[in-house]
Write a protein that binds this ligand. Structure first.
Ligand code: MG
Length: 368
């Protein structure tokens, strides 16, 4: 199976409601879609959402990495030489983890198609059903309580509540959300780096003292402040999950060695795809630390790939793959079924995606 062409283009998917965190407000998912074509007629699909505020990867950067590094490196290569092309994807350009993730998942898709096996089975997975949480954007407490109630009515029983915009309101926000939902609904929170270490400990302990029953807090302090993260982990009554602080497998190892977090959040867009995500999962397993699989604001191509990974590693115990559930449209054909909180993988070969509609072409190399 030889790579004969690589195409990339843009797709825009409107959101049900604007997505608001401590870092940004967004009204639609803007994605770069990658398609890798082969001489067998099979095509592999990948996706990279430009999330400059977290990964540093803008749309222009993703397109530049595709045009100048990734596509020229891969054209003409044999998919059966799989480890070599995965390594080439990681090594042909520095950083650019989102573009690498898009290419990496398209290559896994093709490798599965080559051997007629779904990727989760290729990785040894036995489960094909996941239950995701749903994100509640940060807003005024009453608005968040209303959004949480709507989410529960849609069938979700685990909510990830964004906090950190005007931290004085955060305890009030969680109190309003907790009162609006049944007691068996799990609440986890994400501060997206908004708090200082001492402030984080004070807010989190206050929340638990009030009986708000928070499962864990995601990235309470600045991504680069590992000492601060460790400070919160050691003193807070709420478990701490590292998100923006862990991009690469080396980041994960450092956090684990320091004991700086209780949990790790794996996202394909941070680590550069399934190849590196597997290393993070493996090192976390060695340290007895459980992982969450997360996503950016992204569509079904990339979230479907993350779901295959999650089904193949038992150390991934928490699922935050709500990107497709936040979208008002779905241009992706094939792949997993996203039905409310349930994600059910397809048993089609590879990642199972067969087409992405409405892609505006940007560039190509070779022919598809
Ligand atoms: Mg997060």
């Amino acid at each position: 199976m030889k790579i004969t062409g690589i195409e990339w283009g843009r797709v825009s998917i409107p959101l049900r409601t604007p997505f608001k965190t401590a870092l940004r407000t967004v009204a639609s998912v803007e994605d770069i879609i990658v398609k890798i074509c082969t001489d067998t007629g099979d095509a592999g699909f990948g996706e990279a959402p430009p999330t400059g505020v977290i990964t540093g990867d803008t749309a222009g950067a993703i397109v530049g990495a595709m045009e100048h590094h990734l596509a020229p490196s891969l054209l003409g290569r044999d998919v059966d030489d799989f480890e070599s092309i995965l390594l080439l994807t990681q090594r042909c350009v520095m950083h650019n983890t989102s573009a690498k993730a898009a290419v990496d998942m398209a290559l896994w898709d093709l490798y599965g198609k080559l051997y007629r096996i779904p990727v989760y089975k290729l990785l040894g997975g036995a489960r094909k059903h996941l239950i995701t949480d749903l994100t509640i954007s940060v807003n005024a407490p009453a608005v968040m309580a209303r959004d949480a109630k709507i989410a529960v009515e849609r069938g979700f029983d685990c909510l990830k509540v964004k906090v950190g915009v005007d931290p004085r309101l955060d305890v009030e926000r969680l109190t309003a959300v907790r009162q609006a939902v049944p007691g068996n609904v799990t609440l986890r929170i994400d501060a997206n780096q908004a708090w200082k270490p001492k402030e984080a400990v004070r807010i989190l302990n206050d929340m638990q003292d009030r009986g708000l029953d928070i499962e864990f807090v995601e990235q309470p302090v600045a991504a680069g402040d590992l000492e601060g993260l460790k400070y919160v982990t050691q003193r807070s009554s709420v478990p701490v999950l590292a998100d923006e602080a862990v991009f690469s497998p080396a980041d994960a190892l450092k956090i684990l060695q320091m004991g700086a977090a209780d949990l790790l959040n794996i996202k394909l867009m941070k680590c550069g795809g399934i190849y590196n995500a597997l290393k993070i999962a493996d090192v976390a397993e060695l340290y007895g630390v459980e992982c969450m699989i997360g996503c950016m604001l992204e569509g079904k191509v990339a979230v479907n790939a993350a779901a295959h990974l999650a089904c193949a590693r038992q150390v991934i115990t928490r699922i935050d793959l709500d990107g497709p559930m936040l979208c008002a449209a779905d241009p992706v054909r094939g792949g997993a079924a996203f039905q409310g909180k349930d994600i059910i993988l397809s048993d089609a070969p590879g990642l199972g995606v067969t087409a992405v509609e409405g892609v505006q072409p940007i560039g190509c190399l070779g022919s598809c």
